[in-house]
Design a protein around this ligand. Structure first.
Ligand code: PMT
Length: 445
């Protein structure tokens, strides 16, 4: 079995292919962009992955099963009722044998089938029979992509855990058509496949015996909503993606994880106990109830203020009167409260700092004022796209210095942060063992 560090170093530094020996099931939908799949198959096979392909009937109008089969060195699967295929390898096995399923190009029709659980051909049956969320690379006419029906289906699939790559914006094959709808380029598809493979490898290989095994980790995530009256509230743009990714990565590293989250549109991460709250006060109460913990990570974007006096009824507009003035009062600082506990403080308290200017300088001040051990600082100015986006560029600040990490997916930030936690846990174990043996030498116990 690979060790934690080995896995991480392979996945992060790429000395060895991140998809080597991975079994990838590629479902090709019917779109002009299907031709890019030929290049994709070649690149994946060069990296040591094996690729099996299911083609929809429409896909076969754009590329031939013969050329796909020549590149994969495998038969191509096209028919749900092909007795030979069903005898040799049924659609359930096709689906379960795969480490990862990529749908590319995912047409509006395939996306609609997936979102609604239809299974009337081989591609949709394989997808419905799968126990892993697929990677979906859409490609279609921009108006089809932007159609509310497609967007509704995309939201459903994301909530079910599917990950979307693209579509990219640009000129379409049809004349005078441009906009979002182009299939992501092959290197982008490969990068996404590699990221998902890394995350799943950590989850399955490290599992319960991982470096955080035996530890309890509390993570806060998402925004808080502070009610103004029964129908209105103050909120912020946090999506919970970063905090949820940290909860998933710590669970994959073997920890018992309690995730305390404000209102988000994300599925609960696998392996974590998820507690849903709305306000900062509820988040503090839930965090205190979740203790004791060995590590606490405060990623939530907690509202600094709440309304002093919430309306018990919907506040009415009154003709001729100015709008109501909202009086704010400070919310409890959850991070500061937990980091300042005399009794039952987690051994490692990690805060976040969301800054729009002088990121390092402000974050360093927070490290001191909040009393935490580390701060993960990120730039949340509108241009960074961090709040609500899929990527983040963070600086990990400790009392004795900082390191700046590259821009990467929020999942990769989470994996790298978990690696740092694991390193910290290991070094405290070594220190504890050292002082125990010193005490033994001195005749103490
Ligand atoms: O959710 P995403 O869309 O993925 O975006 C991720 C993120 C930008 C929200 C995340 O990476 C992040 O920066 N989270 C911290 C947001 C924040 O509130 O930062 P802050 O600098 O205002 O607060 C500093 C720290 O104090 C944070 O750890 C925060 O959780 C904590 N805090 C703040 C106020 C408060 N009343 N209680 C707290 O615990």
């Amino acid at each position: 079995m690979l060790g934690w560090r080995q896995i991480w170093s392979q996945s992060s530094h790429g000395s060895h292919s991140r998809v080597e020996d991975k079994r990838i099931l590629l479902i090709i939908g019917g779109g002009i962009a299907a031709y890019k799949c030929l290049e994709l198959i070649r690149r994946l096979r060069e990296r040591g992955a094996s690729v099996r392909v299911v083609m929809t009937a429409a896909a076969q109008h754009f590329v031939t099963p013969l050329s796909v089969s020549a590149l994969t060195n495998e038969p191509v699967f096209t028919d749900l009722f092909n007795l030979d295929d069903e005898r040799e390898i049924g659609h359930i096995r096709l689906s379960r044998d795969a480490d990862l399923i990529l749908v590319a190009p995912a047409t509006a029709d395939l996306i609609a089938k997936m979102a609604n659980g239809l299974a009337n051909d081989l591609a949709s049956s394989v997808l419905l029979a799968s126990d892993k969320p697929p990677l979906i690379a859409p490609a279609m006419n921009p108006r089809m992509w932007l159609n509310p029906a497609t967007q509704r289906n995309v939201r459903v699939l994301k909530a079910d855990g599917a990950r979307f790559i693209g579509p990219e914006s640009g000129e379409m094959a049809e004349r005078d058509e441009a906009g979002p709808g182009r299939l992501a380029e092959v290197p982008v598809l490969i990068e996404a496949i590699e990221e998902v493979s890394d995350a799943r490898r950590l989850a399955t290989t490290v599992g319960a015996a991982g470096p955080l095994h035996g530890l309890h980790v509390v993570v806060t995530s998402g925004p808080t909503h502070e009610p103004i009256d029964p129908v209105r509230y103050i909120a912020n743009r946090s999506s919970g993606k970063q905090g949820h990714a940290i909860a998933a990565a710590t669970a994959a590293a073997g920890a018992r994880v309690t995730l305390i989250t404000g209102p988000v549109n994300l599925p609960d991460p696998t392996g974590a106990e998820t507690i849903k709250v709305e306000t900062a006060e509820e988040m503090l109460a839930a965090t205190e109830r979740a203790l004791p913990a060995d590590i606490a990570v405060f990623c939530a974007a907690v509202a600094d203020w709440r309304i002093a006096e919430q309306g018990t009824q919907k506040i009415k507009k009154k003709k001729g009167e100015p709008p109501p003035a909202l009086k704010l009062v400070a919310n409890p600082d959850i991070l500061k409260t937990i980091a300042g506990r005399k009794k039952g403080r987690p051994d490692l308290v990690i805060g976040f700092a969301a800054e729009t200017e002088n990121v390092l300088q402000h974050a360093r001040k927070k490290l001191n004022s909040k009393g935490c051990d580390w701060i993960v600082a990120n730039d949340v100015s509108a241009e960074s796209g961090v709040m609500g986006g899929d990527h983040n560029r963070v600086h990990l600040i400790r009392k004795d210095g900082h390191e700046s990490w590259k821009q990467q997916s929020k999942e990769d930030v989470a994996t790298a942060l978990v690696e740092e936690m694991a390193r910290e846990v290991e070094s405290s174990k070594t220190k504890a063992a050292g002082s125990r043996s010193a005490r033994v030498k001195l005749g103490k116990s």
